[in-house]
Design a protein around this ligand. Structure first.
Ligand SMILES: [Zn+2]
Length: 349
């Protein structure tokens, strides 16, 4: 069968292997036929050789962590043949740490977790894959064209879960949310915010392309000014750019009892002259919280599946700006000129 693979640590070793072995029985009882995988920045980093780890004893890693497939057989009866399914990306560390011991693998303390298509587990960019029931998330049939958005949606569902848990420390009636960055994570964060009845503001540098219309289609407001220029004191900020200046600006911008959730990963190495004392004073005197959020556990995957099923399906479809047949795989991993939101590798073609 076909598989898109890389040799981790070797730049530009990406290729389509035509005769990759069938998935091993140990991978799980549920056999799945791949429909599509989403492509994201982590895939690019792995292809460039900066990141990624092959399974133990192997030279190559199958890419793909944003999965969508159709069940071929499930002898456990958890899912039925024909059901749509996505595979949870992260598996708990084998030790396990206190969090992994209770299936909070998203909160793993020791970094010994494994991840499909990223770290020591084969990815989903292959014609067939297997999954254990615990890591198999069933999807509403309506999500057939867009179900590969479940992985990024799970990351956003975790962020909202933690924001709401922190908000519950006191009486809390949030009205407005600012989302910085209108990529897939930012747009899905905006979707989940509108589902919560919040007044949603999305800030991005792009004045052209599909982003402004996608934001407006949610009933949200699109901004291209700087954070400092916004006439707004948001109760919640979901920061999705990782841009250092934006990160600092939103910490100063958030309103009293505000919560700033950081989801963007900065590359680091760039210093900014800034007043740490003023920031400390603002955080203390307004009871503000800044948290980082990454990955998702099973609860978040299930919530994300509900959120996507409730969403306007044509809007979700619009997030997918290119669908590339797997035979043309290299195109899926190359830049589409800057106006791509989500590129998808299509295994049905
Ligand atoms: Zn752990």
């Amino acid at each position: 069968m076909r598989a898109v693979t890389v040799a981790p640590g070797v730049p530009d070793s990406l290729r389509l292997d035509p005769d990759w072995p069938e998935p091993a029985a140990e991978e799980g009882a549920i056999l799945v036929e791949a429909l599509a995988v989403g492509v994201c920045g982590t895939d690019q980093e792995i292809i460039e050789g900066h990141y990624g780890e092959a399974p133990p004893g192997q030279q190559r890693l199958v890419l793909g962590h944003e999965s969508l497939g159709r069940v071929l057989e499930d002898p456990t009866g958890t899912l039925q043949a024909g059901d749509l399914v996505a595979g949870v990306v992260r598996h708990p560390d084998p030790l396990p740490c206190p969090n992994c011991a209770v299936d909070e693998w998203d909160m793993c303390r020791n970094g010994q977790y494994t991840e499909h298509g990223i770290k020591a587990l084969p990815g989903f960019a292959r014609d067939r894959w297997r999954v254990q029931p615990k890591f198999a998330v069933g999807l509403d049939p309506v999500l057939a064209p867009v179900g590969m958005l479940l992985e990024p949606a799970s990351v956003v569902a975790k962020a909202w879960d933690h924001i709401e848990r922190i908000g519950a420390r006191a009486e809390w009636k949030p009205q407005s949310v600012l989302i910085t960055g209108a990529g897939p994570i930012g747009l899905l964060a905006a979707l989940l915010a509108t589902q919560r009845g919040l007044s949603v503001h999305v800030l991005d540098r792009n004045t052209t392309g599909p982003k402004p219309d996608l934001v407006r289609a949610l009933g949200a407001t699109y901004h291209t000014e700087t954070v400092g220029e916004l006439d707004l004191e948001p109760d919640v900020v979901v920061e999705c750019t990782g841009a250092p200046v934006v990160v600092l600006d939103v910490m100063c911008k958030v309103g009293p009892n505000g919560i700033v959730c950081l989801t963007g990963v900065s590359s680091g190495g760039r210093t900014i002259d800034f007043d740490a004392g003023a920031l400390n004073r603002a955080l203390v005197l307004e009871n503000n919280v800044v948290l980082g959020s990454v990955n998702a556990n099973r609860r978040h995957w299930d919530r994300a599946a509900e959120a996507l099923a409730r969403a306007d399906q044509s809007w979700l479809n619009s997030l997918i700006t290119r669908r590339v047949p797997v035979t043309e795989y290299a195109q899926a991993y190359s830049s589409g000129g800057g106006e791509d939101i989500k590129v998808v590798l299509d295994f049905t073609a």
